[in-house]
Design a protein around this ligand. Structure first.
Ligand code: ASP
Length: 448
C-alpha cells in the first residue's frame, strides 16, 4: 500500500481535484490518501485555511461571522459544481461549519483549531464523494475513529505514540481511504492541529503506521531543486536525497516539505517521493536512507532569515565549569529552543528564532545572563540569516569550506559565524539578512 498526500494547490479547483483523482485511481496501491484544504486558485486568492482563521478571529472579536462563513462555503461550492456534484455536499459542508461554530469553547485557541481543521476535513469529504460519484469504492476517514491522537498543544500538536498502532489497522481495509491532513484529536476529544503546512506530517505518520511501500507527496513542482528557483534560474533538479540532506535543506528554508515531516518515515526507513500533480509522469525526487554520491559533494544550498544571536563575552569563559549549561538553562526556563551555539574561548553566541522572543522574554533573558553569570558584555545581533551548504558527499571531502568561503567573499558577503557538525553533512554560515539572496546565488554558482 502507498500513502499519497496532495497539497493545497492540488485541491484548489475542480480541475485540480480531477487530476488528483486520476492519479489516485491510476494505481491500485494508492489506497491511503491525505488531502490538504483547498489552496489558492491564483496568486491574489486566499487559502481556505487562512479564510478559516479569519472566520474564527472575526467570530471571537465580533460574535458573528456570516460573511466569512459564506465565503468559505462559496470556495467549496465552486469546486463541487465543477465536479458535477449536487447540492447535498455543499449543505453538509455548511452544516459542518455551523456546528463547529455553535459548539461551545472555553478558550480561543481551541476554537481557532477546530475551525482551522474544517478546511482539510471538508476537502476529504468532497474528494471521497467525487470518487464515489465516479463509481470507486472510496471512503472519508475520520482521524478520531482511526485513532490519530495528538498532544493538546493547539496549533503546534505532536503525535502521541499510541496513534501508530491504532492507525496501522488501516492497512487491512479494502477501500480507497481519504484522510484529512493537518489535525487529529487530543485525548480529551478536542480537535488539535499541527503547525501550518502540517498535512505533510499526517501523511508521514500514516506511512510509518502502515509501513507503506512509499510515501508519495504530491505538490506543484517536478522535483526538489538544488537552490530556490525564485533566486537561481533553472536550478539543478535533484533525483535523490537522503533524509538527513532533506531535513537540513527544509530546516534552512526549503519549503517543499514541512520540517517535521520526515521524522516518522525516517525511523521506519520508508522512502518519500516528492512529485508533481500537474505532471505526474515526472519521476520526482526520492528521499531515502542512503544514496550513492555521484554528482559532487554538495546536494543543495538553502537559506533563511528570521534568526538572532545572543552574543555573550566573558574573560576566561573557557575555564568556568558549567557556564554553557547556565546560559541554556535560562533559555530553557523561558521555553526557548536554541538552533546553534558557535563559540570561542571567551565568547559564546546562542542563535534563536526571532519570532519566539518577544520584548519581555528578551529583556528577562538578557538581564538574567548579565546578572546571574556576571558576564563582561551581552549584545543581540538582529537580522541574522543562516545559509546552509548541504551534502552527504562533503564527508571527508577536502576543500568544500574553502570553496564556499571564497564564493561568499567574491560575492561580497561578510560571514559572521561558521558552524559544521561532526556528521559533516552541512556547513552553516551566519550572515546578515540583507546578504541572503546574494549568498545563495554565489554558493550555487560555485558548486553547480
Ligand atoms: N492547510 C494547512 C495550511 O495551510 C495545512 C497544509 O496545507 O498542510 O497550513
Amino acid at each position: 500500500m502507498k500513502v499519497c498526500k496532495f497539497g493545497g494547490s492540488s485541491l484548489a479547483t475542480a480541475e485540480q481535484v480531477m487530476k488528483v483523482c486520476a492519479i489516485i485511481t491510476s494505481d491500485p496501491a494508492r489506497q491511503l490518501v491525505v488531502v490538504s484544504a483547498p489552496g489558492k486558485e491564483n496568486d491574489s486568492d486566499t487559502k481556505v485555511t487562512d479564510m478559516l482563521i479569519n472566520l474564527a478571529e472575526t467570530f471571537l472579536r465580533e460574535g458573528e461571522c456570516e460573511k466569512e462563513l459564506m465565503a468559505v462555503v462559496g470556495r467549496y461550492e465552486r469546486i463541487a459544481e465543477g465536479l458535477g456534484l449536487g447540492n447535498e455536499i455543499i449543505r453538509d459542508i455548511e452544516n459542518n461549519l455551523r456546528t463547529r461554530i455553535s459548539l461551545g469553547f472555553d478558550n480561543s485557541e481551541k476554537f481557532v483549531d477546530r475551525m482551522k481543521a474544517a478546511g482539510e476535513d471538508n476537502s476529504a469529504r468532497l474528494v471521497a464523494k467525487y470518487l464515489k460519484s465516479k463509481g470507486y469504492n472510496a471512503k472519508y476517514i475520520n482521524p478520531r475513529e482511526a485513532g490519530l491522537f495528538l498532544s493538546d498543544e493547539y496549533g503546534n500538536a505532536r503525535v502521541l505514540p499510541q496513534s501508530f498502532k491504532n492507525l496501522s489497522q488501516l492497512k487491512n481495509r479494502e477501500e480507497i481511504m481519504i484522510f484529512p491532513g493537518f489535525f487529529g484529536y487530543s485525548l480529551t476529544g478536542e480537535v488539535v492541529t499541527f503547525p501550518r503546512g502540517g498535512s505533510d506530517i499526517t501523511g508521514s505518520i500514516l506511512a510509518a503506521s502502515i509501513e507503506a511501500e512509499v510515501y508519495e507527496n504530491f505538490t506543484d513542482v517536478d522535483s526538489v531543486y538544488a537552490a530556490n528557483p525564485k533566486l537561481v534560474k533553472n536550478p539543478k533538479a535533484i533525483s535523490e536525497l537522503t533524509y538527513r540532506e532533506m531535513r537540513e535543506l527544509a530546516y534552512a528554508g526549503f519549503s517543499v516539505l514541512h520540517e517535521e515531516t520526515l521524522s516518522p518515515v525516517f525511523k521506519k526507513g520508508i522512502p518519500v517521493n516528492i512529485r508533481n500533480t500537474n505532471n505526474p509522469i515526472a519521476p520526482g525526487t526520492m528521499i531515502v536512507t542512503t544514496r550513492e554520491v555521484k554528482n559532487g559533494p554538495v546536494a543543495g544550498i538553502a537559506g533563511a532569515g528570521g534568526f538572532m544571536s545572543i552574543n555573550i563575552h566573558k574573560y576566561m569563559m573557557n575555564r568556568e565549569i558549567g557556564f554553557g549549561r547556565k546560559v541554556l538553562r535560562i533559555l530553557e526556563e523561558e521555553s526557548i529552543p536554541f538552533e546553534h551555539i558557535p563559540s570561542g574561548i571567551d565568547d559564546i553566541s546562542v542563535i534563536v528564532r526571532k519570532k519566539l522572543l518577544d520584548e519581555d522574554k528578551k529583556s528577562r533573558i538578557m538581564e538574567r545572563i548579565a546578572h546571574d553569570l556576571q558576564v563582561d558584555s551581552i549584545t543581540i545581533g538582529y537580522n541574522l540569516a543562516l545559509v546552509m551548504v548541504v551534502g552527504e558527499g562533503m564527508l571527508r571531502s577536502i576543500g568544500v569550506a574553502s570553496r564556499a568561503t571564497t564564493a561568499l567573499a567574491k560575492g561580497g558577503v561578510n560571514i559572521q559565524m561558521i558552524n559544521q557538525g561532526s556528521s559533516e553533512v552541512s556547513i552553516m554560515f551566519g550572515i546578515d539578512e540583507s546578504d541572503l539572496d546574494n549568498a545563495i546565488i554565489s554558493l550555487y554558482n560555485e558548486f553547480f
